[in-house]
Design a protein around this ligand. Sequence first.
Ligand code: PRX
Length: 633
Amino acid sequence: MTHRINSFDEYKEQYEKSVTNPESFWAEVAETFSWYKKWDQVLEWDFRKPAVKWFKNAKLNITENCLDRHLETRPDQTAIIFEPNDPEAPVQKFTYRELHLAVCRAANALKANGIKKGDRVCFYMPMVPELAIGVLACARIGAVHSVVFAGFSAQALADRIKDASCKMVICSDFNNRGAKHIPVKNVVDDALKMDCDSIETVLVHRNTGDGIEWTEGRDKWWHEEVDPQSGDCPAEVMDAEDMLFILYTSGSTGKPKGVVHTCGGYMVYTTYSFKNVFQYREGDVYWCTADIGWITGHSYIVYGPLAAGATTVMFEGVPTYPHAGRFWEVVEKHKVNQFYTAPTAIRALMAFGDEPVKKYDLTSLRILGSVGEPINEEAWNWYHETVGNKGCPIVDTWWQTETGGIMISGLGGLSPMKPAHAGYPLPGVQLCLVDNEGVEIEGNDVEGLLCVKFPWPSILRTTYGDHERCRTTYFAMFEDKYFTGDGARRDENGMYRIIGRVDDVLNVSGHRMGTAEVENAINEHPKVVESAVVGYPHDIKGQGIYAYVITTEEVSDEDAFAKEVRDVVTREIGPIAKPDRIQVVSGLPKTRSGKIMRRILRKVASGDTSNLGDTSTLLNPEIVEEIKSGAKQ
Ligand code: PRX
């Protein structure tokens, strides 16, 4: 595979080239893929609309690139290693030839069930091979996948199904996750009772074999539909700008939005970034512990690694089951070379000390990756020293659902490293920091709002069904710039350090959540009049959720009430959004225009009440004392 950068000097050269002549830079990278027809123009863009087209009029199918072209060069190489939740259960391996066959069969089953190019298919599944196979089967026939993380509630699933008018849901019967046994199909049944009229078929993968309810005519078994199919399924010819998938993510306002990625640019960028950030070499075994329900799983378990011809590990379980050394046991077992996980997992495992790590032979590890939230120095050092034995470079990769691929990161082993700093932008990524007025802040040793001023190939194209929302959220804040929602620092050497969100978006264990979304869920409790949610520093999760709640009547048993509130949030969104701390208050600090002053709420939640700033402009300054004295720690 070409286009792997081999030194930091080469990175600088490539970066320079990508900025001075982006079109020829990306055309050269794109040349290494298979296309049915090449582009007429590399890039056409206008951030004001926004309208971005990469590889205009080019034709391709991403699965030709992830599968077919490897059949000539590496048919018997392992494409996917599946490590099940139960360490005693058999590992499954798919060579590229086997994966190709499985995807073609599944694609034919989708077609036989009326799915065609452009139709939306929702996935609500555990991390089993059928999820990757199903997603690729959609891409094979040009259907658009919308994977919903299987920890979301029936309500959240129904919202997403309706927003994209999905025609089919693919799920499992049950899901094994650690010691939990989760009735996944049951959640789908509940969701489909909520006016999901567009759904015609539910395709059920038999995962555990436990009994489930069955709706005749609508529900079908995956194995009955897929197994008899032919293994020959010609790939649909897709335009580079045809939709590949929708993935829902939270913003500061309203319901989660469906971020749309398209075929050509996404393929080129995820593959290029995968090879360079992880310095992937032929024969390496790469493991990303994310769930395919999030963008990290889409780009760096499925598409990037497979297009690069890599061996990618899929793990069904959780880091601490059946013991706190599970990750390291798996690394030893499969001789993993690149390991990519989230700071929250690192912090959780760090709490168990070094012993569970030291038990295993981790000498195969070459590169360690981090993603999802800022990694604090203590966790960085532990990762580096204990897991990496000081010999593995850490790549702290900053990116977003909307960016499709890694934007800021070291290139494993080539770039300078600094704890808690994501580092330098990847080739093709033109960053800038701006002040609140959108004026660019030049030079180094500065801080500001992180924007991108030029398109990269895997930038989001729209938010599904609501292009205006895409424009106002990302492109209207500052003229001609994509606004990330993050604040960042550029140090004296030009390395970036991500400070965190500057909007009302929380990052809980690396999962994005809008405060408004959680508040709306809490407000569904019949006794809740109003609520306000803020984040506060949490040792393991990065951020915890602190909810201030006004009730219709006095609450006599606060613990019981808190449980009820958590249950409501679990029902509306899912357990990941449950508030850690709930404080009943008689009012919320509001400005004269009625806006909640979150600054004060954040300070109280984080236990920092020494300087709350000027509260005299509040409509109800007296409330601050009450909130302070009742703060939950
Ligand atoms: O705040 C940043 C944080 O996660 C946000 C994006 O979340 P999501 O779309 O769910 O994607 C997560 C996985 C790519 C960003 O706006 N974030 C992500 N990676 C990092 C990070 N913050 C600091 N350092 C990172 N490496």
